[in-house]
Write a protein that binds this ligand. Structure first.
Ligand code: SF4
Length: 389
């Protein structure tokens, strides 16, 4: 078995008001204790099935703001990872770290690169000062550009930029200029996320009170299709609804999630997923679990039990195949019909008869043995996905 490893660092310098990730603003953070807990959790899982004999394909430091941690801390975690697991030999190991431009310097990036991190995902979000300010970001556009340029100088050959569109009062011209500026920096990967007003965030309550007004739906759709046009003209291939890459630079870690692969998550609030080796109609077809979310509870749990599992969910066959379809369809090349049959013991249209209606409605198609969204289906992806759950 091969799996992706996710490592969550939950601390941020400030909490952005649109963000519902498991992240916490902190002036100081218990970095040494947290690293010790991560190493302890890794030691624990390295002795548990199904991870014990598995090989690792990708490592992803996400957050929060992993770039707040010292490179020496990242190195300690990676040393523990490589002490326990061999690297899957089907592709070079991808080791990603999410970086906030307000937290990096050339020196730090060089030291991070020396630890074995080989892919940097830079959270730029916008190049416009008023949008960065409203988003509560701790950096400006100049720092964002510098972070990408310094990543190159530090030796990163695989750099991604994250952007957000459909910001309140954002114009199409502003968004186009964000995309153009991002392309000018020549990253290998660009993520372009549509802003969502997540429940419980300050942005959601400002929206409810009428202080923030979402853009009209047709403007959001126009921005989305404009993104496809601009990035494709610049040589990026849209391989997932919000993700674009140059040839050979898709994020393999995220592809593991979208393709229903196994992944182990360590750190506060991290999620894991493991499949059983066989599937039958009534058996458990996958197990998902998540860690305690609050960092101090996570630290206590690991100190007491060597893990921090808080919620465990067993997926029956119906749920497992619905999730597989909905996640796989996020990728524009969808899923292989034969792989579906092998995983779930029957053909996709037999288990999801409404697939025929989606095809008739021009939302879904089977082409070259793969089930995938049509361009119209991509625009209406949320309603297609919900029909499988
Ligand atoms: S820096 Fe990232 S993880 Fe932290 S609060 Fe902002 S969006 Fe969330």
């Amino acid at each position: 078995m091969a799996f992706g490893l996710y490592i969550h660092i939950p601390y941020c310098q400030a909490k952005c008001p649109y963000c519902d990730f498991n992240s916490y603003a902190a002036e100081r953070w218990p970095e040494a204790d947290y690293v010790e807990a991560l190493v302890c959790e890794l030691d624990h899982y390295a002795q548990q099935a199904p991870w014990a004999d598995a090989a690792i394909t990708t490592v992803f430091f996400g957050g929060g703001t992993p770039s707040l941690f010292a490179p020496a801390s990242i190195e300690k975690v990676l040393t523990a990872v490589f002490a326990h697991w061999r690297v899957d030999d089907s592709a070079p190991l991808e080791v990603t770290l999410e970086a906030n431009p307000g937290t990096v310097t050339l020196e730090k990036l060089r030291a991070l690169r020396a630890t074995g991190v080989n892919r940097l995902s830079v959270g730029v979000q916008s190049f416009h000062a008023h949008h960065l300010c409203r988003l509560g970001r701790i950096h400006d556009a100049t720092q964002a550009v510098a972070a990408v340029e310094q990543a190159r100088q530090a030796g990163f050959a695989n750099v991604g930029i994250d952007l957000i569109f459909a910001l309140p009062e954002q114009t199409a011209a502003e968004w186009e200029s964000d995309l153009t500026q991002a392309c000018r920096l020549c990253p290998e990967h660009i993520s372009a996320y549509n802003l969502t007003y997540e429940e419980g965030t300050p942005f959601a309550s400002l929206r409810q009170r009428g202080v923030l007004r979402p853009l009209p739906e047709e403007t959001e759709v126009a921005m989305f299709t404009g993104t496809q046009e601009i990035l494709s003209a610049a040589g990026y291939v849209q391989y997932e609804i919000s993700n674009y890459a140059r040839s050979g630079y898709r994020c393999r870690h995220n592809l593991t999630y979208w393709r229903g692969g196994d992944y182990l998550g360590v750190g506060a609030g991290a999620h894991s997923y493991a499949r059983p080796t066989t599937v039958d109609a009534n058996a458990v077809c996958g197990r998902r679990w998540s860690n305690a979310r609050a960092p101090y509870i996570y630290l206590q749990s690991v100190a007491q039990r060597r893990h921090a599992r808080a919620h465990v969910e067993d997926l029956d066959a119906r749920r497992a195949r619905g999730e597989f379809v909905f996640l796989s369809l996020r990728c524009l090349d969808g899923f292989d019909a034969a792989e579906f049959r092998q995983r779930f013991g029957n053909d996709f249209p037999a288990l999801f008869p409404h697939a025929a209606d989606l095809c008739d409605g021009g939302l879904l198609e089977c082409s070259g043995g793969r089930w995938q969204l049509t361009p119209r289906g991509v625009l209406l992806a949320d309603s297609v996905f919900s029909s499988f759950l």
